[in-house]
Design a protein around this ligand. Structure first.
Ligand code: SAM
Length: 301
């Protein structure tokens, strides 16, 4: 499962390959932060973008984008990430209110929730990503010297390998309830690594734990190759998302969890855009059409 022949192995840092997608999301969060009607604020996001030479020409706010909100990447897609950030912020904070004091961010990238969110006393946030991505993040944060609002634990590991040991060695307690997030991650992993991830989360969680993840439903991702979002992302950042996504058939992770007794609910991003009155709504040839946000809760015994 180490996947050395997989395309992810091509480039290891945030400067390219899947690592660069972490900067794409950070740039979107920077833009969202500066909007007067922002759904989520992340004042660290712009610092990551400015620290990476690969993003030197990326905008920091929507006013810097010639087409503004009509730009499929920095307008609509960035707003998507802003909405996603907000919805998953809400999920995490609601989940820890019911008791768990361990939060695991899988494929954490440049997620700064350990600093941004108002965690209950005694909470630990585990950030799991590849070493090179976490090292870049740490270099930027060290300059900013922010204080985490939870115990922050970095877990540098590749999620295509057997990663449970790295997490428990870092202090994660599988006998206590936990909240997990896989935001913008699963479609980059080979299908067996996703299956392994769901099995691992199942094995490391007690009743009262929760998991949210993002999935893509399309059987044929390439059908959207010419969609405005993928085209604009390729042309303006050089990131070919379809190249980075794993194109093997995906496991039905929500179905697997339901079969193991978890309660699950599956939403489109559009559900939340309508609820918040901001964010992307459906349009033709839409790369977001198959995106689903899945919320799963493991019942208490
Ligand atoms: N969850 C973060 C967010 O939403 O801001 C980052 C999302 S970014 C699109 C995808 C992240 O998944 C990157 O930080 C990347 O390094 C991480 N990732 C992808 N494949 C991984 C792997 N095999 N092991 C660990 N992390 C991985």
């Amino acid at each position: 499962m180490t996947g050395t022949t997989h395309q992810q192995a091509d480039v290891e840092g945030v400067d390219g390959g899947v690592g660069l997608t972490a900067l794409l999301v950070a740039a979107a969060r920077a833009i969202e932060t500066h909007r007067p009607d922002s759904l989520a604020r992340d004042t660290y996001a712009e610092h990551f973008v400015r620290a990476a030479p690969a993003c030197a020409h990326w905008p920091g706010r929507i006013e810097d984008v010639p087409d503004g909100d009509d730009d499929p990447l920095w307008g609509r897609f960035a707003r998507y990430f802003g909405l996603r950030t907000r919805v998953l912020d809400d999920f995490l904070l609601t989940s820890v209110r019911t008791g768990p004091r361990q939060v695991v961010l899988l494929g954490a990238g440049l997620d700064t929730r350990a600093f941004r969110l108002d965690w209950p006393v005694g909470c630990a946030v585990f950030e799991v990503d590849r070493a090179s991505v976490l090292a870049f993040k740490q270099r930027v944060l060290t300059r900013l010297t922010p204080t985490p609002r939870a115990k922050r634990v970095l877990v540098p590991v590749d999620l295509r390998a057997d990663w449970a040991g790295a997490l428990t060695t870092a202090g994660f307690d599988p006998d206590a309830p936990s909240v997990w997030l896989a935001e913008g991650l699963l479609f980059y992993l080979p299908a067996p690594a996703e299956t392994h991830l769901i099995d691992t989360v199942t094995g490391l969680t007690t009743g009262g734990s929760a998991l949210a993840f993002e999935a893509k439903l399309e059987k044929d991702l390439l059908a959207y190759r010419d969609s405005p979002i993928y085209t604009a992302t390729r042309e303006q950042t050089g990131i070919d998302l379809l190249h980075l996504f794993d194109k093997e058939p995906r496991p039905d992770s929500a179905g697997t969890l339901a079969g193991r007794g978890w309660s699950t609910s599956i939403h489109t991003p559009f559900d939340f855009a309508r609820r918040h009155g901001r964010g992307p709504l459906p349009e033709p040839n839409d790369a977001l059409e198959g995106n689903r946000w899945v919320f799963a809760h493991k019942p208490r015994p």
